[in-house]
Design a protein around this ligand. Structure first.
Ligand SMILES: NC(=O)c1ccc[n+]([C@@H]2O[C@H](COP(=O)([O-])OP(=O)(O)OC[C@H]3O[C@@H](n4cnc5c(N)ncnc54)[C@H](O)[C@@H]3O)[C@@H](O)[C@H]2O)c1
Ligand SMILES: N[C@H](CO)Cc1c[nH]c[nH+]1
Ligand SMILES: [Zn+2]
Length: 797
């Protein structure tokens, strides 16, 4: 309920408040317009009062001071909540709701003593409690509940007079000045009375550890964090920043901070699902809060501003500035994620900003956690885009496949599948040099994967007369997805096609998006298809290609397993079909953006290190590269950063690199075991060792997709030609998955043969366990045989 006295101030309001500080406890205040020279002075007073404890400021227009229409609108737009007057205001532009008559029940005054103020306050409250106390809710300045207490007339009187938290302790039966013994005192900011005047609300600023006698911030435990908590942490970091921490870097580097705000704002505009929106908004709030805290602006200042804007009468039209509109119209179809990526790329193109990695110390746990957090994967969140694609391909088959190819790849196909033998014209443009390069790579991959073939069945006699064996069989039909969106990757075709052939798969189907220019797939992919004995090339990409291979269409055979990396649409579709029992189709692994972790020491060649980081950074904006340095000097780190910058600028995909490096880090460790520990926790797709005696350290690796040992083993070798496979677990899945290998294209069948001797050896054990499981049929299958063989006593039951 409204307090019956509203303090009325003139231009000397500061002096009044100094003389009568208890007036601050009333949230609603009024300004006497006639006591001000002009509207500017009124506005200044409004601003100061709102910055203090006032929640609303009204302007009293009963005197002779007159303002014109524009001045009044300006005042109402900038903090004046209402005009109090007993005569009509002759301007239609001013909403009636903002012009109020002064109610007869309210006294507007500052000529009031502490005693009469307290008396008036107490005359408003009542209690139905037998002990005559008033239930009192205590909240902090963010309106968060600290606890429930009781007030007496005496405690209220003392609280008003001293503007501190004073209550009545029922256990001690005395007035209780909060914090007198604990030091956790409170300044009282305002007092409110509830709607039926039998409960109070004390809004306080809590000093010390908190309100509760148990040491928590509130009597309901510690307060949950959110923006307020973030503000608190950042304020603390401002004073006690951990050296080398990311937040400290942001405080110091305004250019970086501003760039991050813009980047996060753009990502928020690109977010689609609820989870994405929440994620991106949180990032934006974080960087915005750092900027606020760095400039001494509080959340309360922002909220006040929001309140003021909420009261605006005239508003800006709300149009966006031209420069932002231009980018948005390019990307007005929310299914066109690549367009959004393109917009980002355009933004950074030609930028001269230094390309450098964050540097954190291994002891900075917060910094390390941030460094090893992979960019968020949106796979599960784009199911709502992928589901209809899968449904349509299942229902309509080839026609849907061709429609989507037209829509997403801009190619109008006559037929969606190219059948072997593939026409010569499809090899047009393939150079001899390229053929030889592919041949060499194919042969090395073939050698390494053929060596993995289990030639003879595994046979083990577990008991006399009990022989167990295991042997592989190729998965009959496999579908291999070869990405073709931002880059065409014939190397992926050979990394999967060759082991499929080695394993003996009967049908190998390739799928890859056709080129916009001529509707064909690249001659290199066709060449690999021929070398691997692929029967078909599906001219489609994305979720539609995966669906076609999983369920089959008129011209695409249904396969048993789908393999190969791809973008989020491909990955989401693969995850979907592997969970659909009607598809009866497995997948290799959830492949994500490429990543590398390089461990380097002081003797490492800075150019080699930089080149290895960049070779993965150029894969995609969500790729991640990490350098773990062992005892690196500052100078070395600086040289590596310089090499990264220089080499990156010379790369055609520098714009992608720039964005990848923005979430990539150098982690500084003191010794090798610590570096390997860090790497095992990250479980990188690729691990490069540029350290002395690198091969001695391989035994320390527990989790990694593939290891590149020594300074002359760049990851590119494994990507193309050494013989190992480049389809590897990303995103930390190296903890439980292996990279693609020959066994990926096989399943293993076990067999056993038991003789009468064998039955004698294991039969009783089988019967015993079957009995405890209550499965008498199982038991019987043994009993019948053993009885016929005379291996059981006649009375055996
Ligand atoms: N981990 C590995 O081993 C490895 C290896 C190579 C590549 N990759 C990754 O594979 C990915 C390749 O992605 P890419 O985009 O270049 O090629 P891609 O072939 O995976 O995807 C292109 C297809 O996506 C579909 N698509 C595009 N926009 C769409 C939309 N808005 N809605 C529905 N479908 C849409 C289209 O059908 C298009 O044909 C990259 O992320 C790369 O890092 C990983
Ligand atoms: N490094 C990628 C896997 O993360 C594979 C690749 C293909 N072409 C070049 N590299
Ligand atoms: Zn690569």
């Amino acid at each position: 309920m409204t307090f019956p006295i509203i303090p009325l101030y003139g231009s000397d309001f500061q002096a009044t408040l100094t003389a009568k500080p208890f007036l601050r406890l009333v949230g609603d205040v009024a300004l006497d317009a006639s006591a001000f020279k002009n509207d500017t002075d009124v506005l200044n007073a409004v601003k100061q009062l709102l910055k203090g404890s006032a929640r609303t400021v009204s302007l009293v227009l009963t005197g002779d001071k007159e303002f014109d229409e524009n001045q009044l609108i300006n005042l109402l737009n900038n903090g004046v909540s209402s005009l109090l007057t007993n005569t009509a205001i002759p301007f239609d532009s001013i909403p009636k709701a903002r012009v109020l008559e002064i109610p007869s029940t309210i006294t507007l005054t500052n000529k009031i003593t502490l005693q009469s103020f307290t008396k008036t306050f107490l005359s408003q409250v009542k209690t139905d409690r037998k002990d005559g106390l008033y239930t009192t809710l205590v909240v902090d300045d963010k309106e968060r509940c600290l606890g429930l207490v009781y007030s007496s007339i005496g405690s209220i009187t003392q609280a008003i007079s001293q503007q501190v938290g004073v209550y009545f302790s029922r256990s001690r039966n005395e007035i209780w000045v909060k914090g007198l013994t604990s030091g956790n005192t409170q300044s009282l900011l305002s007092i409110d009375i509830d709607c039926d005047a039998d409960a109070l609300k004390f809004t306080v600023s809590q000093v010390g550890t908190g309100f509760c006698h148990n040491g928590t911030q509130s009597c309901f435990g510690d307060l949950t964090y959110g923006l307020t908590g973030l503000e608190h942490t950042l304020n603390d970091r401002m004073i006690n920043a951990v050296d080398g921490s990311y937040t400290q870097r942001l405080f110091k580097d305004e250019t970086l901070l501003n760039a991050k705000i813009k980047e996060e704002a753009e990502e928020l505009t690109e977010a689609v699902t609820k989870d994405e929106l929440a994620w991106e908004a949180a990032d934006l709030f974080y960087f915005a809060m750092v900027r606020l805290v760095a400039n001494g602006v509080s959340l309360a200042d922002v909220e006040r501003n929001l309140g003021m804007k909420n009261l605006k009468i005239t508003r800006r039209k709300g149009d966006a500035k031209e420069k932002f509109l231009a980018k948005d119209t390019k990307n007005n179809d929310n299914t066109q994620e690549p367009a959004a990526k393109k917009a980002k790329v355009e933004r950074t193109l030609g930028s001269n900003d230094k390309i450098y990695l964050d540097v954190v110390n291994s002891t900075d746990l917060e910094g390390v956690t941030k460094a090893v957090t992979r960019p968020i994967q949106k796979t599960s969140q784009i199911m709502h885009l992928v589901n209809p694609i899968i449904d349509n391909v299942r229902k309509i088959g080839d026609k849907a496949l061709m429609d989507y190819t037209k829509k997403f790849d801009g190619v109008d196909l006559k037929a969606p599948v190219l059948e072997a033998p593939f026409p010569e014209e499809y090899l047009e443009g393939l150079t001899q040099e390229m053929k030889e390069a592919l041949d060499l790579s194919i042969e090395n991959v073939r050698k390494f994967h053929a060596a993995q073939l289990q030639k003879k069945p595994l046979v083990v006699t577990t008991q006399p007369g009990v022989v167990c064996s295991r042997f592989p069989r190729a998965i009959e039909k496999v579908g291999i997805y070869i990405p073709g969106g931002t880059a065409i990757l014939p190397s992926t075709a050979l990394m999967l096609g060759v082991p499929a052939q080695v394993a003996g798969c009967k049908e190998i189907v390739f799928a890859s998006p056709p080129r916009k220019s001529d509707g064909k797939v690249s001659p290199e992919v066709v060449y690999v298809a021929i070398k691997c004995g692929a029967s078909k090339i599906v001219l489609a990409g994305g979720a539609q290609a995966v669906a076609a291979m999983a369920y089959g269409t008129e011209s695409v055979p249904k396969v048993d397993k789908i393999l190969g990396p791809g973008n989020q649409f491909v990955t989401a579709a693969k995850m979907y079909v592997q969970n659909d029992t009607q598809a009866l189709c497995s997948i290799d692994m959830p492949a994500g953006p490429s990543e590398v972790l390089v461990i380097a020491d002081e003797d490492a060649d800075v150019d080699f290190v930089a080149s290895d980081l960049l070779s993965q950074a150029e894969h995609g904006i969500d790729s991640q590269v990490i350098l773990v340095g062992v005892n690196l000097s500052d100078k070395k780190v600086q040289h590596i950063q310089e090499a990264v910058h220089e080499q990156a600028l010379a790369l055609p995909r520098v714009d992608i690199v720039r964005q990848c490096i923005a979430h990539s880090t150098i982690i500084l460790c003191d010794n090798y075991p610590e570096a390997f520990d860090m790497s095992n926790k990250y479980a990188p797709e690729h691990l490069i060792l540029q350290i002395n005696d690198a091969d001695r350290y391989v035994s320390l690796v527990d989790n990694a997709g593939s290891i590149f040992v020594g300074s002359y083993t760049p990851e590119s070798c494994g990507d193309y030609s050494s013989g190992t496979n480049h389809t590897l677990p990303t995103y930390g899945y190296a903890r439980q998955y292996s990279g693609a290998n020959t066994a990926t294209f096989q399943k293993f069948i076990t067999a056993q043969q038991v003789t009468s001797e064998g039955l004698e050896n294991i039969g009783k054990a089988v019967m015993c366990i079957a009995k405890v499981e209550g499965l008498d049929g199982h038991r019987n299958a043994i009993k019948i045989r053993m009885s016929k063989l005379g291996l059981l006593p006649k009375d055996f039951v």
